[in-house]
Write a protein that binds this ligand. Structure first.
Ligand code: CP
Length: 376
């Protein structure tokens, strides 16, 4: 049986871009995820959903990616679009073309635009807003009726297609009415040790600011010095107050794991050093950037005991292990825990293709609920 879609709520999402989940009311996120679940069901049933034939889904990545790139390509292809993915550093942005100009230039040819720009605090999300403004202004000025949504494929503040995929996966895992599936559940977002690189803050920020809006009791755990940005922290506090959930911060991984129903242990960089990177990057000072990275990893190494292992998992209420991947096995998570949850984290990752499909479809297909019903 299909997922019940609310035609009016779904129709209200036409033309929408996704730059942060915080910009979307809870009811709109529910409508988006209902579409994602229905698109997943249709895909698994082998039903073709080529609702946007001959359209170009263009994406720019200013950072590495395995999962999100393939999810973008898989989503666009399933909708009948042509996906094209370019390395952001190969565009004229690196020669000083502004984000607005870039948006206008890409928007005049494309039918949807994805952007990953996550490495430098203060830059990625504002770049995406400028790109969207460039596209919108061009379309209005040229009388072009096309809808060209911008989808945030990870910035400095949020990783919305990841956190929404995580939410979809948690809803499936906990079961029951999707809108209430997280209500009362204890979910821990924890820092974990990584020796590989100083990772962006956007995943933990996206997770705590989203899951608190659905009635979950969310714990954020990290060593001193690994704070998140104030804005998403405020969103998490506000989300918990409005949903009847709760939000707390602790500096002890065992305490955060005790009684948890789901745990999401992953690394991110120390806030002071991530902030120091802004000026070094702006000055194009690669020696300073290297030194900041070295000091970040040295600071991480003071907390090697922040690992998700079987001892810590035994403290939980038989918790589901989540990770956005790639995980540092042997550092963030023990090989045994990762082995036990290998299929689970792959299923979690697979949700992203349906979140992106849903995002493109709700933004671009009029009367989507009816169109999907007609595909049965
Ligand atoms: N989780 C995630 O965004 O994976 P990629 O960096 O491989 O896209």
């Amino acid at each position: 049986m299909g997922h019940l879609l609310d035609p009016a709520r779904t129709q209200a999402l036409l033309g929408r871009s996704l730059l942060a989940t915080h910009d979307w009311p809870v009811a709109d996120l529910d409508a988006l995820l209902a579409v994602a679940a229905e698109l997943e069901r249709l895909d698994r049933a082998g039903v073709h959903t080529d609702l946007l034939p001959n359209e170009l889904a263009y994406a720019m990545f200013f950072d590495n990616s395995t999962r999100t790139k393939s999810a973008w390509a898989g989503a666009a292809s399933r909708l009948g679009m042509h996906p094209v993915i370019v390395d952001g550093s190969s565009t004229q942005v690196s020669h000083g073309e502004t984000a607005e100009e870039t948006g206008a230039m890409l928007g005049m040819n494309a039918h949807a635009l994805g952007v990953r720009h996550d490495l430098i605090l203060g830059e990625g999300n504002s770049f995406m807003h400028d790109v969207l403004r460039g596209i919108t202004d061009y379309l209005v000025a040229s009388g072009d009726q096309r809808v060209v949504p911008v989808v945030n494929l990870q910035c400095d503040i949020d990783h919305p297609t990841q956190s929404l995929a995580d939410l979809l996966w948690l809803r499936e895992h906990f079961g029951g009415n999707p809108a209430d599936a997280l209500r009362g559940k204890r979910i821990t977002m924890s820092w974990a040790y990584s020796p590989s690189y100083a990772k962006p803050l956007s995943v933990p920020q996206g997770v705590v600011s989203l899951l608190t809006r659905f009635g979950a009791h969310v714990t954020l755990a990290h060593p001193e010095g690994y704070d998140l940005l104030p804005e998403p922290m405020a969103w998490a506090t506000q989300g918990a107050a409005e949903s009847g959930g709760s939000f707390r911060v602790v500096h002890d991984m065992d305490e955060a794991f005790a009684g948890a129903h789901a745990v999401y242990p992953k690394s991110w960089g120390p806030l002071a050093l991530m902030t120091e990177r802004v000026a070094a990057n702006r000055a194009g000072d690669s020696a300073a950037m290297k030194d900041i990275e070295r000091r970040s990893l040295a600071q991480n190494a003071l907390h090697r005991d922040w690992i998700c292992d079987e001892r810590r998992m035994a403290l939980t209420a038989n918790a589901l292990y989540l990770h956005c991947l790639p995980a540092d096995i042997g550092a963030e998570v023990s090989p045994g825990v990762m082995d036990r949850f290998r299929v689970a984290v792959a299923k979690e990752a697979n949700k992203k293709v349906y979140v992106i499909m849903a995002m493109l479809a709700v933004a671009k297909v009029p009367h989507l609920a009816g169109r999907l019903a007609a595909l049965q």
